[in-house]
Design a protein around this ligand. Structure first.
Ligand code: MP5
Length: 186
C-alpha cells in the first residue's frame, strides 16, 4: 500500500547523497538537529502510548522508550562532535510532524501503534538505502540498520496492524518525505 510514497520516503535524494558521500554538510547538520527535536517529540508520544497500549504491546514500547532516551544522549554526542548547537527552534516540517504526533496521541491505540511502526520502518529502510562502503556517515547508517534496530521494528510490526490504517500510514510517509525535503532546502 502506498508503494510510491514508501519509495519516496526511503529512497529520497537526501539518502542518495548520504550514500554517495556528496551530501552538503549544512543539510546533514540541519537534518541532525531537527531529528533530535523530532525524537524528543516521539518520546512524548511513545511514553503516552505505552500507558494506554494493550498489555501485549507494552514490552516493545517500553524498550523503545528506553532506546529513545539513549538516542537523545547519542544525538548530543554527535552534535558535539560536529560542533553543532542543539537549538530548540523547530523548522516547519518538524512542527508539522509534532502536530501529527499530537493527533496520533488521541487516536485509538492500534492506529497509533501502526503509525509508530511506519515511522520506524521508514528509518530502517531509508538508512539501509543510504549504506555504502567506507561512508563518512557509517555510524549513522549503522545506528538504524543494526540487527537490534531491525528486531525492534519487527517487534512493533507484530503488535501493529501494518497497512491496515491507510490514512495514518500515508500521513506518516508524507511527513517523512517533507522532513528529508526540509534538510535539503535553503
Ligand atoms: C525516525 C527518526 C526514527 N529518528 N526521525 C524521523 C523523522 N522519522 C523516524 O525514530 P528513531 O527513534 O530514531 O528510531
Amino acid at each position: 500500500m502506498h508503494d510510491s510514497l514508501w519509495t519516496a520516503a526511503t529512497q529520497h535524494r537526501f539518502l542518495d547523497a548520504v550514500r554517495e558521500g556528496s551530501i552538503d554538510a549544512a543539510a546533514f547538520d540541519r537534518w541532525l538537529v531537527q531529528d533530535a527535536l523530532f525524537v524528543t517529540d516521539l518520546l512524548t508520544f511513545q511514553a503516552r502510548l505505552l500507558a494506554r497500549a494493550p498489555r501485549a504491546a507494552q514490552n516493545v514500547l517500553a524498550g523503545g522508550c528506553v532506546a529513545l532516551v539513549a538516542e537523545l544522549d547519542w544525538f548530543d554526542v554527535k552534535a558535539d562532535e560536529r560542533g553543532l548547537d542543539m537549538v530548540d527552534e523547530a523548522l516547519p516540517a518538524t512542527l508539522s510532524y509534532r502536530e501529527l504526533l499530537a493527533r496520533l496521541d488521541t487516536a485509538p491505540a492500534d492506529e497509533a501503534l501502526t503509525a509508530l511502526w511506519a515511522i520506524e520502518k521508514v528509518y530502517l529502510l531509508a538508512w539501509t538505502h543510504a549504506t555504502s562502503d567506507g561512508s563518512p556517515f557509517a555510524e549513522f547508517v549503522e545506528h538504524w540498520t543494526v540487527p537490534g534496530f531491525a528486531a525492534y521494528v519487527d517487534g512493533l510490526e507484530q503488535r501493529a496492524e501494518p497497512h491496515a490504517h491507510a490514512d495514518r500510514e500515508r500521513e506518516v510517509l508524507e511527513h517523512e518525505i517533507a522532513f528529508w525535503d526540509m534538510a535539503l532546502e535553503q
